[in-house]
Design a protein around this ligand. Structure first.
Ligand code: PLP
Length: 341
């Protein structure tokens, strides 16, 4: 089935015609999940005392369905999103969600909305899938909900950043997650703290914020919805270590491509803003939404540093390889692609 969506009209926002689309929902009650079903996209009714509205017990995921150059509809490493969703659920005491349930529901949502998967236009456009699970039980005391709603909706999307390909970031002494907290889960509670810094960054002419480590306010953690990489003068590619950051699936893919495909030295280690502004010749961020987006400048303590004297070469090379695999233009050496149709 061909697409009824034009790529050039899309931005990274909820499709205005979402009500024409289908979504999935499944309920957890009396100690078990029901089978779940595909239903029309609709609003959700919740008690004002629902756990998610008061105590924020909720998790989500983000992945894309793409129209490949071989004419298939494909997913990129969806089993990794399933694994992360289940890990996030366990961290937030959400019971008994399985990878199988997640994957089956994701596939159903894509196939039910096939005509909304846009032409990809070299990766610019796709159908974004948003699986969410929230505690719905009405309660007053702080405790885990005993009722949950797991749903998945979809939206055709264009690029995440307004300026495709290159952004300016500002490093702020703001922490989005703590070492023993929820930073490594895709939990809704990690995101509200980023709203105000992002507003301030936009006002100051930047596109997004780089968040710093909560102990010393010195080491880069990640951007609002993407992981950070710096290519140093000596040719080493460095990215902050896992721990309190989201273990990005694009991050993992880029590390493997850089190491195994391009034979680069890649280090996962603490990376200070100071080291980056003094020593980086190229920086970029990675994520399902951001894909691989180059960073031209970083604002840090009243100065703005150009961090891309390399002409974006590495980001472009990695982007082309990643996209080549995702769009089935290139061979898929790691078995990352799931063909749905
Ligand atoms: N970091 C944060 C905070 C995110 O929200 C995301 C987006 O999912 C990422 C990193 C990138 O992760 P992935 O590559 O799995 O999309």
């Amino acid at each position: 089935m061909s697409s009824k969506i034009k790529c050039e009209d899309l931005t990274f926002s909820l499709y205005p015609g979402a009500r024409e689309m289908k979504m999935y929902e499944s309920h957890y009650r009396d100690g078990k999940w029901d089978e779940g079903a595909i239903v029309p996209f609709h609003n959700i009714s919740l008690s004002p005392a629902a756990n998610i509205l008061n105590y924020g017990q909720g998790i989500f995921e983000g992945l894309k369905a793409l129209r490949s150059e071989k004419g298939h509809i494909v997913l990129f490493r969806p089993e990794e999103n399933a694994r992360r969703f289940v890990r996030s659920a366990e961290k937030l005491a959400i019971p008994a969600l399985t990878e199988e349930k997640f994957l089956a529901a994701v596939k159903d949502v894509v196939l039910e909305n096939e005509e909304f998967v846009p032409e990809s236009n070299n990766g610019r456009c796709s159908m974004y899938l948003r699986p969410v699970c929230i505690g719905t039980e009405p309660l007053l005391g702080v405790r885990a909900s005993q009722e949950y709603l797991f749903f998945i909706f979809a939206s055709p999307v264009g690029p995440y950043f307004d300026k495709v390909g290159v952004v300016k970031l500002i490093a702020k002494e703001v922490n989005r997650a703590t070492p023993n907290g929820t930073g490594d889960a895709k939990a809704v509670c990690n995101y509200p703290v980023t709203m105000r810094p992002k507003q301030e960054a936009k006002k100051a002419g930047f596109d997004d914020v780089i968040y710093l480590d909560p102990c010393e306010n010195k080491y880069i953690e990640e951007a609002g919805a993407a992981n950070f990489f710096a290519l140093l003068k000596d040719g080493t590619l460095v990215t902050p270590p896992l721990g309190s950051i989201l273990p990005g699936i694009t991050r993992d893919s880029v590390i493997r491509l850089a190491r195994e495909f391009y034979g680069m030295k890649v280090e996962e280690r603490p990376l200070s803003v100071e080291e980056v502004v003094q020593n980086a010749v190229e920086c970029f961020v990675t994520g399902t939404a951001a894909i691989i987006t180059s960073v031209s400048d970083i604002g840090w303590r009243d100065k703005v540093y150009n961090v891309n004297q390399n002409g974006f070469q590495l980001a472009h090379k990695l982007y082309d390889k990643l996209m080549g695999i995702q769009l089935q233009r290139d061979e898929d050496p790691y078995g990352w692609i799931t063909v749905l149709k």
